[in-house]
Design a protein around this ligand. Structure first.
Ligand code: ADP
Ligand code: MG
Length: 609
């Protein structure tokens, strides 16, 4: 008998499942569906993203509601518009053999009247984001006073996004005797609180350990100098020619910058963050789904709606502030039974965070070295050989073959192959031949290169942990007020009422000038140059400074012309950062497919000239 039928699902639902191509229930489905079909109780289910939670609540809900009634009986709350639409879609597919079923999506950014009209036609199930739902309730455009089933999907995310009050209010319009089903990937305190507040001795289903990631994901970390981050990222991409990835940054600003930089360097990349309009985000997501974008650079919040199944790599360009977030990030890969890799680029000061994450995900990280230039050349060569091998012959070239054959008349197959692949190989080879390895400096000497560096200025600033700063916050503050790049401020050491930090000498005047008369909350903030303490160990600041290096953002920094001309910026950056003779990234522009989204028209134009 069909495995889904065995769980107790009716034939028309089993038929829909077969149509969808699902063969066996996932673990969360296996555990949840029979429970929900059997009992009318509340439920808390914890399972990693991509484990099929939608079907776990969707099928029982579809089986239990009365299709012949026009009353709204099921309400599903989800954190984002993307997820809301996605769940609505799935529910429609699951219920495609339920005649008369009406599932309506309610979310911001679209016509409220249209949504109200759909509801009026008799929506048995409403899938909603909290904000718009509240709005519709207050305008009396929906009636949820008779619902029997309420689902809080991605509850941890909804709470993260500050929807606690909205959820409370929405649920206050629902009857007490309904069943509430809460689904979440992680179980932070807030979620247990909400479970206590809204539920009656809920059944519990846990798939894997609490907060544990998918078993299909392997975790790797790469230790690099803080300023080599961007170069490391590029190498990870170059060493994985078929990469289809999400790259996470901590801030919108870094997200935009990394994406722009990747595009300038010839990668097919795009940015996804909250400063883009909904329309821009839609365009980026569409290109990503269509695989026109290979590297999607995203903030945690913006990435919440990403439901793409075959992501090969998640790259943590920076670790998240809340390490629990790591589970969500890595859960973007290894979905729907496929395997995936979650990579973390860390500087020395962050390595201890890896240990904490290991405890949460209950899995060990593999420590890896950033690939060397020659390793990348080898991978690229093999990839292009495979590509050529698998290329289908285009008959349209027939008329030109005579000339080509004449040209190669005296060339043997052996020689031809050598020539052909040399053309490909040389591009990467020239780029990487003189580049230093981004080797881990795990020994205690890593800071010593910093000491020898006279190119850096150490500052004293009269704010400290007393004022609510830790090194990360201070770094962000300085970077944002001074309009510097992520790694322009380093060796940040926060004491109780003051702190120290470094910038390159080139930024010295800028820093001093800026803080000449700078007041915050009515108080003068002073900055002074302080003597460089050569033995001062890095206390969690920006990591080791390497004399020859200079990673992402390194190009413009050492010079006075902070010109906005991105073309020339990237030239100097390439040269300085990787010491490659040509100065250009080896990625050809033909690899680049326009993303069409975000704020990239500038970057793209500058590449064309
Ligand atoms: P979650 O909500 O846990 O993140 P989803 O419900 O979005 O996961 O499901 C992830 C993907 O897996 C979707 O594309 C869904 O269609 C697919 N899927 C769900 N259940 C099964 C199954 N039993 N067999 C195969 N694919 C499934
Ligand atoms: Mg889901």
């Amino acid at each position: 008998m069909n495995a889904f039928k065995q769980l107790g699902l009716e034939d028309h639902l089993v038929q829909a499942i077969t149509d969808l191509g699902f063969e066996t229930p996932s673990e969360v489905q296996e555990k949840t569906i029979p429970l929900l079909l059997d009992q009318d109780s509340d439920l808390v289910a914890l399972a990693q993203t991509g484990t099929g939670k939608t079907a776990a609540f969707g099928f029982p809900m579809l089986q239990k509601i009365d299709i012949n009634s026009r009353t709204t009986q099921g309400l599903i709350l989800s954190p984002t518009r993307e997820l809301c639409l996605q769940i609505t879609n799935e529910m429609k597919l699951y219920g495609k053999h339920c005649k008369g079923l009406n599932v309506t999506a309610i979310y911001g950014g679209a016509s409220i009247t249209d949504q109200a009209n759909q509801v009026k036609r008799g929506a048995q199930i409403i899938v909603a984001t909290p904000g718009r739902m509240k709005d519709m309730i207050s305008r009396r455009l929906v009636d949820i006073s008779k619902i029997e089933y309420a689902v809080l999907d991605e509850a941890d995310e909804m709470l993260n996004m500050g929807f606690f009050e909205d959820i409370t209010e929405i649920l206050s319009y629902t009857p007490i005797e309904k069943s509430t089903w809460l689904f979440s990937a992680t179980m932070p305190k807030e979620v247990s609180l909400i479970a206590k507040k809204f539920m009656n001795s809920p059944l519990e289903v846990t798939v894997g350990h609490k907060n544990m990631g998918s078993k299909n994901v392997s975790h790797e970390y790469f230790l690099v100098g803080a300023r080599d981050r961007y170069q490391a990222l590029k190498r990870l991409a170059d060493a994985n020619p078929e990469i289809f990835s999400v790259i996470f940054c901590r801030t919108k600003r870094d997200t935009q910058k990394v994406a722009e930089q990747l595009i300038e360097d010839g990668y097919s990349a795009g940015a996804l963050h909250g400063d883009l309009s909904q329309n821009q985000r839609d365009v980026v997501m569409k290109s990503f789904r269509a695989k026109q974008i290979q590297m999607l650079v995203a903030t945690d919040v913006a990435a919440r709606g990403i439901d793409v199944d075959d992501i090969t790599h998640v790259i943590n360009y920076q670790l998240p502030d809340e390490i629990e977030t790591y589970t969500h990030r890595s859960g973007r890969t290894g979905r729907a039974g496929k395997s995936g890799i979650s990579m973390v680029i860390v500087s020395k000061s962050e390595v201890r965070k890896i240990k904490s994450i290991e405890r949460i995900i209950q899995k060990e990280f593999i420590k890896k070295e950033v690939p060397t230039g020659m390793e990348i050349c080898e991978v690229q060569l093999k990839a292009s050989a495979n590509k050529i091998h698998d290329t289908e012959i285009n008959q349209e070239i027939e008329p030109y073959l005579n000339d080509i054959n004449n040209l190669f008349e005296d060339v043997s197959k052996d020689e031809l192959i050598k020539k052909f692949f040399s053309a490909e190989f040389t591009r990467f080879f020239n780029y990487y031949k003189k580049s230093k390895d981004l080797k881990t400096q795990s020994g205690s000497h890593s800071e010593d290169t910093y000491r020898a560096d006279d190119n850096s200025t150490r500052f004293f600033i009269n704010i400290g942990s007393k004022d609510g700063y830790d090194w990360m916050k201070l770094k962000d503050f300085l970077r944002d007020t001074l309009q510097l790049n992520q790694d322009d401020v380093y060796k940040v050491d926060v004491k109780d009422s003051f702190a120290f930090f470094n910038t390159d000498v080139a930024n010295k005047d800028k820093v001093l000038e800026f803080f000449t008369d700078f007041k915050q909350d009515g108080r003068f903030i002073n900055v002074e140059i302080t003597e460089k303490k050569s033995r001062d160990r890095n206390r969690g600041g920006g990591g080791g400074r390497r004399s020859g290096g200079g990673g992402y953002g390194g190009g413009g920094r050492g010079r006075n012309d902070r010109s906005k001309n991105s073309g020339s910026r990237s030239e100097s950056r390439g040269r300085r950062s990787d010491n490659n003779s040509s100065g250009r990234s080896p990625r050809r522009s033909s690899d680049f497919k326009p993303s069409g989204g975000g704020d990239f028209s500038r970057a793209r134009k500058s590449r064309r000239k």
